[in-house]
Design a protein around this ligand. Structure first.
Ligand code: SF4
Ligand code: SF4
Ligand code: SF4
Length: 175
C-alpha cells in the first residue's frame, strides 16, 4: 500500500473514531505513540516469520492471531527503521521480556464446545506453556480454564479453536 505522505490525510485517519482497539506489534508502548510514528512502510508485515501481521482498516499494522502465533522473534521491531518510532517500543521489556508483550487478557467465551457439553481440548494441545487445564468440575465433559499469569501471550490457542471462542481483550486499566 502507498504511504500516507499527505500530513492532512494522516491527520484525517488519526481523527477517526476507532470502534475496536487493535493489537499492535509486541511491546508497543501505546496506540498514540505507535500511530504517530508508523509510516505504514509494511516492513514489519513482510518480516514477520509467522505471517500474523496485517494492515488494519487505516493501513497500520496489527496482529491477527486467527492466522497463527507470535514467536516473539522481534523481527517486526528490528525491521522498523523509523528513528522516532524506536521510542514506541518498551526497549527494556523487549530485550529482557520481563513484561507481557500486550496489556491484554486471554478469555474463553461461551462458544467453547466443552462449555456446551461437546468434547474438545484442541486449545490445550496447542499450548506449549501448558496453562490451559481441563477439569470435570460438575460437568460430564472436561471444562477448560486458563492461567493468564503464566500465559506467554503467544496466541497459538486462538487459531486452534474450532469455535473461535478464544480471544485477547484489552485490560481495562491500560491505554
Ligand atoms: S515478534 Fe516475530 S512472530 Fe511476533 S509479530 Fe513480530 S515478527 Fe511476527
Ligand atoms: S479449542 Fe475452543 S472449543 Fe475446544 S475446548 Fe478449547 S476453547 Fe473450547
Ligand atoms: S496464548 Fe497463552 S494459553 Fe494460548 S497457547 Fe499461548 S501460552 Fe497457551
Amino acid at each position: 500500500m502507498e504511504k500516507l505522505a499527505d500530513p492532512s490525510r494522516r491527520r484525517f485517519f488519526r481523527g477517526r473514531v476507532k470502534t475496536k482497539q487493535e493489537i499492535r506489534l509486541p511491546w508497543v508502548i501505546n496506540e498514540a505513540v505507535f500511530t504517530s510514528g508508523c509510516t505504514q512502510c509494511q516492513k514489519c508485515i513482510t518480516r514477520c516469520e509467522t505471517n500474523i501481521i496485517v494492515k488494519d482498516e487505516d493501513g497500520y499494522p496489527k496482529i491477527d492471531f486467527s492466522l497463527g502465533e507470535c514467536s516473539f522473534c522481534n523481527k517486526c521491531i528490528e525491521a522498523c527503521e523509523q528513528p522516532l518510532f524506536s521510542g514506541a517500543f518498551t526497549e527494556e521489556n523487549r530485550v529482557n521480556k520481563s513484561e507481557k508483550a500486550w496489556p491484554v487478557t486471554l478469555e474463553i467465551s461461551d462458544k467453547c464446545l466443552a462449555k456446551n457439553n461437546i468434547y474438545c481440548q484442541s486449545c490445550r494441545d496447542e499450548c506449549e506453556s501448558s496453562v490451559i487445564k481441563f477439569n470435570y468440575l460438575n460437568s460430564s465433559i472436561p471444562q477448560p480454564s486458563l492461567d493468564n499469569i503464566d500465559c506467554n501471550q503467544c496466541g497459538a490457542c486462538i487459531k486452534s479453536c474450532p469455535q473461535d471462542a478464544i480471544a485477547f481483550t484489552f485490560n481495562a486499566t491500560e491505554n
